[in-house]
Design a protein around this ligand. Sequence first.
Ligand SMILES: NC(=O)c1ccc[n+]([C@@H]2O[C@H](COP(=O)([O-])OP(=O)(O)OC[C@H]3O[C@@H](n4cnc5c(N)ncnc54)[C@H](OP(=O)(O)O)[C@@H]3O)[C@@H](O)[C@H]2O)c1
Length: 269
Amino acid sequence: MTDTILITGATDGIGLATAERLAQSGLRLILHGRSAAKLDQVGAALRDRCPTADIQTVRADFADLTEVAAMAETLRGKMPRLDVLINNAGVYRAPITETRHGLDLRFVVNTFAPYLLTQQLRPLFTTTTRIVNLSSAAQASVDPAALHGHIKLSDGSAYAQSKLALTMWTCATPAEPTAPMMVAVNPGSMLGSKMVQDNFGVAGGDIAIGADILCRAALSDEFADAAGKYYDNDRRAFGPPHADARDPAKCRALVTTLDQILAEQHLIE
Ligand SMILES: NC(=O)c1ccc[n+]([C@@H]2O[C@H](COP(=O)([O-])OP(=O)(O)OC[C@H]3O[C@@H](n4cnc5c(N)ncnc54)[C@H](OP(=O)(O)O)[C@@H]3O)[C@@H](O)[C@H]2O)c1
């Protein structure tokens, strides 16, 4: 059976470059995006370029976790299994940073959405499934008050805290032979996507550097035993994440808080 790969945030930047590369390998690709128009355009362009590729699309705005849950339900109804999930969608800055449920948008899109999506896609995972979580060199200790949406953070702080939270969840998930392999990957710093160009005013590096490491994390043998690890593509090596992600008690506490907040929002039991 052909491998099925879901890439979130596949409508731009590193996610799109990864999708373009994987479409050429004859895999079945599911592209996620938040804009129906952008998703249609990207899907059509990829099908044009790779006529033999099986390319499907799914839409959800990750700023609204009810849309994330609905997306997972749609996918569970559509396919028997998922071989690779690349949790790539991410945001640095937004005009309004508080969601309608009172949470910080950066935590919602960068941490809660991939956490919830992964939980809710669990019935599709096999022992060989791989989950690749997009981390960053920007990682800062998570303030529980900020995670609850009780205090406002600067763009840089919210982004760095949301990326460490995602990394801590990855590191907190035990490596088990019967569980999917989940790894956190910093794709490389200041790669020239719209996130970098719009927020830092620089052209940035080659996005292909990020697409290359995501394809390897998804498919290559070098990531077969990467469960719970952090790959730092700035160093081109596995390496230590922020100290908090190396503290099992802190990681477990963070995951408990994520669950509490999702339960308060009636998104999990
Ligand atoms: N570029 C770097 O140097 C760098 C470094 C470290 C980590 N990263 C991480 O790499 C990932 C990809 O980033 P990028 O640099 O390629 O940025 P990008 O070009 O801005 O792409 C981000 C993707 O996420 C999607 N997205 C944003 N907000 C969303 C929402 N509310 N709901 C659903 N999808 C949403 C975007 O959709 P639209 O197309 O609709 O905007 C786009 O497809 C992110 O997780 C980022 O944090 C990037």
